[in-house]
Every structure is written in C-alpha cells, then in structure tokens.
Design a protein around this ligand. Structure first.
Ligand code: FES
Length: 125
C-alpha cells in the first residue's frame, strides 16, 4: 500500500434532502468541496458520481439513468453504476457510496492528502 493510500480516509457528507432529487432524475451537489451528481431511481435507490463526464466534461447530473447505467447527455456514453466503467471502453467515472439518513442524502468520499490533485482526477482532468 502506498503512502497516499494509507493517508486516505472516508468521510460522509450530507449534501441535501432526498426530495430535492425527483424520482428518475439527477441533481448536482457539492460533497466535501467536490462537485457530485446524485440520482434517485424510481425504485428509491440512490447513486452518486462525479459531476463532469470524463469524456468532455458533460453535466452527468442531466444524464438519463436506469438501474444499470448512466448515460451522459452530451455524447451518450454509458457508464455502469456498479463500477463506473464505460460500456464503450472510454475512461470510467468515479462512483461514490451514497445512502439516505433521515431524509438526507449522504455521500461517502475518500479524503485525499493531496486534494487539488484528487479534485482534478475526479473531474477527469
Ligand atoms: S461529454 Fe459525456 S459522453 Fe461526451
């Protein structure tokens, strides 16, 4: 394990109320200073990912989703919710654990000892 990996910790961030995200849609939030996109599926489950598409920065919160994939609204690349992998072989998206606590959306983020570099990575730079 590298020093960077050893220094990482996970922090839970309450980003907003569940009702701010209509069923079947996504919304952008900030979690720990990082832009994230949170989706509430029609079955009530939540998913979270980075806000900007790694392909060309498309707004992932405006994408279309189902239980399996998120489709970016700009060029329609699809990404799996399970691991963030692109179904077309493009760079993956980062997926974050997310859950509801008393109506609040809670996103778990790995803290990084070098936050500027981590933010750039999260945004696909
Ligand atoms: S910006 Fe998302 S697929 Fe091109």
């Amino acid at each position: 394990m590298s020093l960077t990996e050893e220094l990482r910790t996970t922090t839970a961030h309450a980003v907003g109320r569940v009702e701010e995200v209509p069923p079947g849609e996504g919304r952008a939030f900030v979690a720990g200073g990082v832009q994230v996109a949170v989706f509430r599926l029609r079955d009530g489950s939540l998913h979270a990912t980075q806000a900007a598409c790694p392909h060309a920065g498309g707004p992932l919160a405006d994408g279309q989703t189902d239980v399996d994939v998120l489709v970016c609204p700009l060029h329609l690349y699809a990404y799996r919710w399970t691991d963030g992998a692109s179904t077309s072989g493009a760079a993956p998206i980062r997926v974050y654990p997310v859950h509801e606590v008393d109506g609040e959306i809670v996103v778990e983020m790995q803290d990084h000892p070098f936050p500027d570099a981590w933010q750039a990575q999260a945004e696909g730079a």
